[in-house]
Design a protein around this ligand. Structure first.
Ligand code: GLY
Length: 419
């Protein structure tokens, strides 16, 4: 049995219709509303546990996604009282983000874009809040402080300059739109210049010959040359971590959006094709693209019902639905800049991925989970990777966020991107 479909096989798959997208977005906004009491002063964790997110403080790299879900729910909401409730909660959280960056609480890493674009850039865009703008600019300052001129990249984690941390990771491409935004808002080119240097280094080193991608890339601190690639959350060093490849799809799309460099279109097509050629028949990626059909169970029962399973299932490699929705957002973004045939192609593929996740992963029974998209995986331990295990076959907060973003894009093609 073949492990993966071929990109050409996608022609036979159905697309999510606009009506289905609108209904799914309505369900998501309803789930957001039901969770407002638990998650306004507190934030959901990165991954659910047994289907349920627990409330916690504004720490880590993922809290901005929930605030982003509040803003997307605000934008989707037609009913004035509900809209006001989403806005009030999102504004309270934006204030928490201002406090966090002023106090420099857990911001010694590169994930300023993941934290501040869907929370504070969105707040500024939608309400004109000067406090939110200030918070996002402080976050951009924090991010550029991690730039390493030798090698030309933003160091992801750890002590600045330490040899065992002298690396960038593919995910960072989604942190960079914050820098372009900061240059546009302040008129100061320093943010954009650093983003451009990082993108150049990333594009030159992160994509392998077969169009798969490294998760993390170590650079030589003396020469600034490529030293070696390694995984943290993928199965092994040379395999393609599904979410890393998906960050590559969306990351090359936003790199093109901000630079308009023609060669980035080619990079986008390469990493996207690799992703699409390594999907199982039901289109929900395994957590690492080395796995495919035969490595895990079906996501629907024999009657076509969703399997509400959470947590590790021994003997089954888990999926990562969040990779599918991140890649779908990337394709919908890139489609804005491509000639009409190419644009129609990527829009159609995105809708096929979204149909698959909507049919198999959407939480439609709020008594089973307080999340939105099942079958995500945060960090799954393998014999070869270096991650701390967390959130296997659960809802993951960025999966919920990017699912809502993708649905919003389908419902409102003129939606103004937060990134
Ligand atoms: N950016 C970390 C992750 O995707 O898990």
């Amino acid at each position: 049995m073949a492990k993966w479909i071929k990109e050409a096989d996608l022609a036979a798959y159905p697309e999510l219709s606009k009506a289905e997208a609108a209904e799914a977005l309505r369900l998501c906004a309803e789930q957001t509303a039901a969770n407002l009491p638990a998650f306004t002063d507190r934030f959901p964790g990165a991954a659910s546990i047994g289907g349920y997110y627990a409330p916690g403080p504004n720490l880590g790299w993922t809290t901005g996604f929930w605030t982003g879900e509040l803003w997307l729910s605000y934008e989707a909401s037609l009913e004035e009282q509900q809209k006001a409730a989403f806005r009030t909660a999102a504004e309270a959280e934006a204030a928490s983000f201002l406090h966090r960056i002023e106090m420099k609480t857990e911001v010694d890493h590169h994930d300023m874009g993941f934290l501040y674009s869907p929370s504070c850039v969105a707040a500024y865009l939608l309400t004109g809040s000067e406090d939110a703008k200030r918070a996002a600019i402080l976050a951009a300052d924090q991010l550029i402080a991690r730039f390493q001129p030798v090698g030309g990249f933003i160091q992801a984690w750890g002590e600045m300059g330490a040899k065992d941390n002298y690396r960038f990771i593919i995910d960072c491409l989604l942190n960079l739109p914050l820098l372009y935004w900061a240059s546009r808002e302040t008129g100061d080119p320093k943010y954009r210049d650093i983003a451009e240097r990082h993108i150049h280094t990333a594009m030159a080193n992160v994509i392998r010959e077969d169009d798969s991608t490294w998760h993390t890339v170590f650079m030589d601190p003396v020469t600034g040359a490529f030293d070696h690639g390694a995984t943290c959350q993928g199965y092994r060093d040379g395999s393609a971590w599904a979410r890393g490849q998906a960050w590559g799809v969306y990351g090359t799309a936003v790199a093109y959006k901000n630079t308009k460099r023609e060669e980035y279109i080619g990079y986008f097509k390469r990493v996207t094709s690799y992703f699409l050629n390594h999907l199982p028949k039901d289109l929900i990626p395994y957590w690492d693209l080395t796995f495919g059909d035969g490595d895990g169970a079906a996501l629907l029962t024999a009657d076509g019902e969703r399997r509400y399973t959470f947590g590790n299932i021994p003997g089954e490699e888990p999926r990562d639905s969040s990779s599918a929705v991140i890649a779908a957002c990337g394709m919908l973004e890139m489609a804005k800049y491509l000639p009409s045939d190419d644009a129609a192609y990527y829009r159609s593929i995105a809708k096929k991925l979204l149909k698959a996740v909507t049919d198999t992963c959407l939480v439609t029974d709020a008594t089973k989970s307080n999340g939105k998209l099942m079958h995500g995986t945060y960090s799954h331990k393998s014999p070869y990777n270096t991650c701390r295990p967390e959130g296997t076959n659960e809802c993951v907060i960025w999966g919920d966020y990017y699912y809502m973003e993708a649905l919003t894009r389908l419902c409102r093609p003129d939606w103004q991107i937060y990134w």
